[in-house]
Design a protein around this ligand. Structure first.
Ligand code: BV8
Ligand code: ZN
Length: 275
């Protein structure tokens, strides 16, 4: 008999079979990307909403852009922080948080490893969340490197009312002394997020890799699986022979590495899968 390469066998979409595997699991890893927050009204990176003004995220989410025009980059993050004031977790975030609670009662573990910086998993009640790429609501000082939570709206007076996604041109050119400054050393603050070209935090990576090794079931929800190293996490788990189920509106470059692929909206599918 010829052994079919993984890439020729379409993943299963048998929800009953997957739900049976969920019931048998005792350490579930849930990897999430922007698609899990789409139904909360947060634009994803590659969908239509993936643009802010004339820029794609990776044009602004990088150290050079910040060095060149910190005012524009802060307008981008200020806009995303303020957007969150009117947004809230959707049924996908809520089902994941409830699932963690139920499993904990049986002495079982659920861990969320998210690429998102919107904190919606935490707001839904998830306790065990690893934020691979940081958070919109943390700053880090470019001088003394102090990391602090910051939920001020606006984060500084000069950004009040700024950041409109439909404004033209190079932004407001706010002088750096009026941008967010460090309370300890008055150095210029930046968002505590991992930008393109920056390494992920060592401790965060170590914690994430441990979950990749320990889990006995994995869901990968709403990610295009094109940004590394996060894009390799679910395929890594699948290569250990552990069941991985992908939940997405469409196929991704990794779909054929997984045992299950469920097509549709996370807000609809996750409550069924984990309910
Ligand atoms: C690093 C924080 C090195 C900031 C982010 C060439 C080849 C390979 C790699 C590279 C390359 N060139 C450069 C690289 C490396 C680069 C990279 O991978 N680039 C990509 C673009 C090729 N990676 C990096 O730079 C990383 N660092 O490698 O450093 C290094 C190593 C050691 C020491 C020093 C240096 C850092 C990457 C992190 C960047 N920061 N975010 C911010 O948010 O502003 S990345 C950001 O984009 C997100 O965090 C996320 O990771 C990514 C977006 O991906 P998704 O979350 O998947 O979202 P997306 O919109 O793409 O997809 C949404 C999906 O949901 C879609 O599939 C859609 O169908 C689906 N969906 C939509 N709605 C729904 C839905 N599904 C279900 N229900 C719905 N309703
Ligand atoms: Zn400082």
């Amino acid at each position: 008999i010829t052994t079919l390469a993984m890439s020729e066998v379409r993943p299963s979409s048998d929800m009953a079979a997957f739900r049976a595997e969920v019931r048998n699991a005792s350490h579930v890893l849930i990897l999430s990307g922007a698609g899990v927050s789409a139904e909360s009204g947060i634009p994803t990176f590659r969908g239509a909403g993936g643009f802010w003004r004339t820029y794609q995220a990776q044009e602004l989410a990088n150290p050079d852009a910040f060095k060149r025009n910190p005012s524009l980059v802060w307008e981008f993050y200020h806009y995303r922080r303020e957007l969150m004031v009117t947004k809230r977790p959707n049924p996908a975030h809520e089902a994941i948080a409830r699932f963690e609670e139920e499993m904990a009662k049986q002495g079982k573990k659920v861990v969320v490893v998210t690429q998102n910086i919107d904190e919606l998993h935490k707001r839904a009640g998830s306790q065990s969340v690893i934020e691979l790429h940081g958070s919109l609501f943390k700053t880090q000082c470019t001088v003394c490197f102090e990391i602090k939570e910051n939920r001020d709206s606006p984060i500084c007076e000069a950004l009040r009312g700024k950041g409109a996604p439909d404004a033209e041109g190079e932004g407001s050119k706010i002088p750096t002394e009026s941008l967010p400054r460090c309370g300890s050393c008055s150095g210029l603050l930046r968002p505590h997020v991992v930008w393109f070209g920056e390494g992920l935090n060592e401790d965060v990576l170590i914690k994430a890799y441990k979950e990749l090794e320990d889990c006995d079931l994995c869901l990968v929800v709403g990610t295009s699986s094109v940004v590394y190293p996060a894009a390799m996490f679910a395929p890594e788990v699948a290569s250990r022979g552990v069941t991985v189920a992908e939940f997405n509106l469409e196929d991704t470059p990794q779909t054929f590495n997984f045992k299950y692929h469920f097509s549709g909206q996370a807000g609809k599918l996750i409550p069924i899968a984990l309910g």
